[in-house]
Design a protein around this ligand. Structure first.
Ligand SMILES: Cc1cc2nc3c(=O)[nH]c(=O)nc-3n(C[C@H](O)[C@H](O)[C@H](O)COP(=O)(O)OP(=O)(O)OC[C@H]3O[C@@H](n4cnc5c(N)ncnc54)[C@H](O)[C@@H]3O)c2cc1C
Length: 422
């Protein structure tokens, strides 16, 4: 069996893996390898041909492939080795990763530090258990995006979309541009799941109705989808069947959430969070197994790729320090979501850190005049008041480097709205 030795190995050549690998090289790791199962680097961005990427990171509006290409160039310039068509199979003890390469077969990779950047996959009809028949014409929004944008297929004419996440809204616009009639975007919650900017640009601009507090209760069709039945839901999310209505359509797209792809992480015994479904990490993006780091959507689902790049650069930087034996360790405090907050990442803060610590989190409900706060046993550490917040938008607060040594007890993040919207 062939063997490779490296300082840092990264699994996944999406935006997270590319940014982590470049940053690891820039932070002194000599030999950095990326393992990628696809034939091309770039991850999901390859199929996101719309613009809107890179506004924060590059100060320019790029398409997904353009954004990915910039990082591919950076990786090549930094001397990162990318093993394409190679799938990471198992993390073994003694800093070994077992991968299967299309040409070489099984290969062992010995590493100083491992960065997990495998992204996420979409929830499917099976995850939701939508009743009804099983005709053709039901796709996850990402699969539809790939079929339309990469393979150039026309997948349907009369479309209903379940879920108001960003991918669903972007596909509503894409299908309209392809000449389809998008009849509705149906959302179970009383508020939008994705970014407001996507509602304006993808639904409002195309006259596509958004039906909040509704769900699909039946799917009919023998060979091809013929209709879906939608019903409003009560405050317990229970469908009100007396008010159900049938919408004729030939295509249903599901945009009902993403699940971090952590099967590989489990083989190595990485501790996962029950809420994010990603690894439990400290501010260095270091998991509870000190040689393993995680970043990007496999850690927690991000709404903006620019954010993924920034967070992944941290992971690569700290992985390089770990491989060189210079990453601080020692006492860590827990970070917990408090009132109005669904989760916080990282879940731990190491007191010996030398940089500011950014805590990323999502609120539980939309609201106006929201005060975001992070406190420890001694009191308030940071605070911001925003005119509006929503669970679709990732929020953040910063603990300053000079506050770290004095932290005590549990660190708690809260979000209190003056006006709750749902
Ligand atoms: C369908 C879909 C559409 C999206 N559209 C948008 C959008 O329009 N705008 C936006 O800002 N964000 C969008 N996102 C969010 C987007 O995923 C993130 O912004 C970003 O791409 C996440 O980067 P990542 O590197 O963490 O994951 P990914 O881009 O998913 O990359 C993960 C990489 O890891 C590889 N991989 C996984 N497991 C293994 C393994 N075991 N061995 C080897 N390689 C492996 C995959 O092949 C892939 O290349 C979308 C997400 C999805 C799923």
């Amino acid at each position: 069996m062939k063997e490779y030795f490296c300082d840092v190995v990264v699994v996944g050549a999406g935006p997270a893996g590319l940014a982590a690998a470049v940053s690891a090289r820039q932070s002194g790791a000599e030999k950095v390898i990326i393992i990628e199962r696809d034939v091309r680097a770039g991850g999901i961005l390859q199929q996101c041909i719309h613009a809107g990427f890179g506004l924060k990171y590059f100060g320019q509006e790029l398409t997904g492939p353009e954004y990915a290409e910039r990082f591919q160039v950076k990786a090549a310039e930094a001397g990162v080795k990318v093993l394409m068509e190679t799938t990471a199979m198992e993390i073994r003890e003694d800093e070994r990763l077992l991968v299967c390469a299309s040409k070489q077969g099984l290969v062992k990779i010995y590493f100083g530090a491992l960065v997990l950047a495998m992204g996420c996959r979409e929830r499917t009809r099976a995850n939701l258990m939508i009743p009804g028949s099983r005709p053709a014409g039901v796709y996850t929004a990402g699969t539809a995006q790939k079929l339309v944008n990469i393979y150039g297929h026309k997948i349907g004419k009369e479309v209903v979309i379940l879920g108001s996440g960003d991918i669903g809204m972007i596909m509503a616009r894409r299908m309209s541009l392809e000449g389809a009639h998008v009849k509705a975007v149906v959302e179970l919650m009383p508020y939008l799941a994705g970014l407001t900017r996507n509602k304006v640009q993808c639904l409002d601009d195309f006259g596509i109705p958004l039906m909040l507090s509704h769900t699909i209760v039946d799917i009919t069709g023998i060979d091809r989808l013929e209709s879906v039945t939608i019903a409003p839901v009560d405050e317990n999310k229970k469908p009100i069947m007396e008010q159900a209505q049938v919408i004729p359509c030939d295509t249903l797209l599901l945009s009902v959430g993403l699940l971090p792809e952590n099967e590989l992480s489990r083989t190595g015994g990485v501790t996962l969070s029950g809420i994010t479904k990603g690894a439990v990490v400290n501010q260095f993006k270091q998991t509870e197994l000190p040689q393993i780091f995680a970043c990007g959507n496999v850690l927690h689902v991000n709404d903006l790729v620019d954010q993924v790049s920034a967070e992944s650069e941290d992971a690569g930087h700290f992985a390089a320090l770990y491989a060189a034996g210079t990453l601080p360790g020692g006492e860590a405090l827990e970070v917990k979501p408090g009132t109005g907050v669904r989760y916080v990442c990282p879940q731990k803060v190491v007191l010996d850190g030398e940089e500011d610590v950014t805590l990323y989190f999502r609120t539980t409900a939309p609201g106006r005049k929201t005060t975001l706060k992070v406190c420890d046993e001694n009191g308030e550490l940071a605070k911001r008041t925003l005119t509006a917040t929503s669970p679709g938008t990732m929020e953040h607060l910063v603990i300053k480097a000079d506050q770290l040594k004095g932290l005590k007890g549990t660190i708690t993040v809260t979000a209190e709205h003056e006006e709750v919207l749902a």
